[in-house]
Structures are given as C-alpha cells and as structure tokens.
Design a protein around this ligand. Structure first.
Ligand code: DNO
Length: 390
C-alpha cells in the first residue's frame, strides 16, 4: 500500500517535512479555500501539487472534490454544477492528480456527538451517542417525527437529557454536530456562521420528498455524466461510505452496506466508478463484515481509509484503537496486499494524546494519535509484505 496522510494545506499545523520524517510517502488533500461548486483552476492545482512535491512527497488523492447539495437533490442548477465538477476533473487530470474521493451524503458529511470521549489513560477519541443525536433532532431541530425513528429506550434517554442539559452543553452539541465536524471538510456550515441551526434546518427542507430511490437516481445521473471525463484522463472516482452507515435526520443513505455497494457498482458499471474503502465507517454498521466486504470489492477499491470502531450495546459507537475493534485492519490490509497491491491508504482519525491537546487540530486529525497509528500500520504492512514474499 502507498502510505499517505491527510493534510489540510499550508494552514495545517502539521508540516510536510514532519510527515516526510515519519515515513509518509504521499498526500491526500484538497483545495480547501475554493467554495463548494466552483471550478478548481488548473494553475491552483499545479501550484499546490508542486508545493507538495518540493518536500519529496506526491499528491496522490484528492479528498474531497465535494458534490454540491443541488446535485444530490437534483436542483434546477444541477447540470451547471455538474459541468463545473467536470471542469475541475479535467484540470485535475491535466495536472496528473487522478484519484478523487467524494461522498453522496445529504446535508451532513459525517456525524459525531462527542469529540472528547475520555479513555482511562487520559487520551480521548470521537464518539457517536445515539440518544444525544436523537435529542438534537427532536428538541433542537424540532423534528418531531424523529420520534418514529428511535426505540423507546432511546426516547427515555432523550427525556432525561432534555430535563438536565445546560445551555452550554446544548451549544456544544450543536457546534459539534453541524459546525466543528463540517467546516473543515468543506461542509455546509463554517465556523462563525451566525445562525447555524436555522441554516441547517433550511438545508434539510431541500430534501423533502426525496427517498432512497430518488437519491440513487440522482447519484447515477451524476456518475453517468462524469464518466467520460474520467475515462479521458484515467481518473478513479471513489465514493466514501456514509458515516455513520445508517439513516439520520430522516434523510436517505445510499452507501452503507453490501446491498448499497452492489447497487452502486452495477448501476454505473465502469472501472472508474470505484470505492474509498473506509474500514471505520463500514465497521459502524452492525451487519457489515469488514474483511468480507474488502475481499468482495478489492478490485473496485481505489483508496483505503484505515480506522476502527466498537459498537456498544446501546447502539452508540466509539472510535477504537486502530489494531482493535470491528475494523479488523490486519485482515483488511492483507486482503488488499494480495488482491490489489499498491493502493493509497491513509490513517483515518487518531486519538487525541496529551501533547495533542490545545493544538487546534481538526476533530479526529491529531498529530501524535495519528502518528502512533501510522507507525503501527506501517509495521503491519511491512510484516505482511515480507510474509507474502517468502
Ligand atoms: C471525516 C472524513 C470525511 C470524508 C468525506 C469524503 O473525517 O472521513 O469528511 O473526508 O466524507 O468525501
């Protein structure tokens, strides 16, 4: 596997020389300053690529070239936005950056309720608390019909949260779900937004009446339009699975499990329509057997995210150590080393260790926590390669 690292550009507190020193070979990044929906100019792409290369690294994956909401809900301007997307792909192709990660999640790009779940050793990781999310839907967004989406047990917990939550805790929850986890990935709501809850609610209304079948149709439409430019430049499109892989906010989810992936790969049966195999997102689906999926989809996988989770009895999930939990990374790496060697992989999320605290890293993107996982995974890859060669 190619050992890559997600880097957020020159503003990132983690510098490229540091990455080179720990054995990183390639960079996963995006032109983060360009607004969602606008064309990425060739010159800006080339400058960014040259900068990365000046450190002896290569820009191997774009994560993400975001798909505008209007493409997802089929708004009036979707064709114009798809044309812009095609132009960005053309420019990436010309510049030689040919693996492009994206997602097709309505409104919310990944969801967590807690950024600092405490472990006994003082480190922390990201966490998804079902009852807190239900509370957010029902009491903060006022989405009353959400009561139909949750069990009685969860609804009882929601009542308890409602009677004890402080204003500060409420603000933190809003900030975590719709601001802190979204702004840095070119999501809909940025830090400093005056009224994030109102903006979020108005985004949700765009999807009124759009169910799973319609969202699938819209995704197919988008992929069919962009395949010719991908063929021209040999660009690999790789969709990121929905995180978490179950429905939230009454919105449809279409990349969550084997059935979904089967549908997606058949609907547009073109080798340029591929997957970002995210062991973290997939492992949070109770019915997903991650190594089994890796084996089945190895040839259509173009990029790998390595991370693991544990699902708790109450339905919450927590991000686990990279070598533990449901992600089964050692098995997955072995499968990819045999079935599709050389794929770019990056460590996804890491714990926040004591010396990471206060450094203003994006949620999940600590330095020491990720470096620890990177070192472990590097060792696993080399050991497996050695075993396979002998
Ligand atoms: C979060 C990330 C996601 C991912 C996008 C891909 O940490 O895994 O934001 O980059 O969903 O389009």
């Amino acid at each position: 596997m190619e050992k890559a690292w997600r880097w957020f550009g020159e503003k990132d507190a983690i510098k490229l020389d540091m990455l080179r020193q720990i054995g990183v070979e390639a960079i996963v990044s995006a032109l983060h300053d360009i607004k969602n929906g606008e064309v990425w100019p060739l010159e800006a792409i080339a400058d960014y690529k040259n900068y990365i290369e000046s450190f002896g690294l290569r820009w191997s994956v774009v994560e993400s070239l975001p798909v505008s909401e209007s493409i997802k809900y089929a708004g009036d301007d979707r064709d114009l936005l798809i044309d812009n997307y095609i132009q960005s792909l053309e420019n990436l192709g010309k510049a030689g950056v040919k693996t492009v990660c994206y997602n097709f999640m309505p409104v919310l790009d990944w969801a967590r309720t807690d950024l600092y779940y405490q472990w006994e050793d003082g480190s922390s990781s990201l966490y998804f608390d079902k009852a807190k999310f239900a509370y957010f839907e029902i009491h903060i967004l006022g989405r009353i019909e959400a009561v139909n989406d949750y069990s009685e047990e969860i609804l009882n917990k929601v009542k308890a949260i409602h009677s004890s939550i402080t204003e500060k805790e409420k603000e933190d929850l809003i900030d975590t779900i719709i601001v802190k986890t979204q702004g840095f990935v070119n999501g809909n709501i940025k830090e400093g937004e005056q009224n994030p809850v109102e903006k979020f609610k108005s985004l949700l209304t765009l999807y009124k009446g759009i169910g799973k079948e319609q969202l699938r149709e819209n995704m197919k439409y988008f992929l069919e339009k962009i395949m010719p430019i991908c063929e021209k430049w040999n660009i690999q499109m790789c969709v990121h699975p929905d995180d978490p892989p179950f429905s939230l906010l009454g919105l449809p989810r279409i990349v969550t499990c084997e059935d979904d992936i089967d549908w997606l790969l058949k609907a547009v049966d073109n080798p340029h329509n591929g997957l970002t195999f995210c062991t973290g997102s997939l492992s949070a689906g109770i019915n997903n057997d991650v190594p089994k999926l890796a084996k089945k989809y190895a040839s259509r996988t173009k990029f790998v995210h390595l991370r693991s989770t544990n699902i708790l009895e109450n339905g919450d999930f927590v991000e686990a150590h990279h070598l533990e939990g449901r992600g089964k990374l050692i098995d997955v790496i072995k499968i990819f080393e045999i079935e599709n060697p050389g794929l770019p992989m990056r460590i996804d999320h890491g714990r926040l260790l004591t010396d990471d605290i206060g450094k203003n890293y994006n949620p999940g993107y600590s330095f020491l926590g990720r470096m620890l996982a990177f070192g472990q995974i590097h060792g696993v890859i080399e050991t497996l390669k050695d075993d396979l060669e002998n």
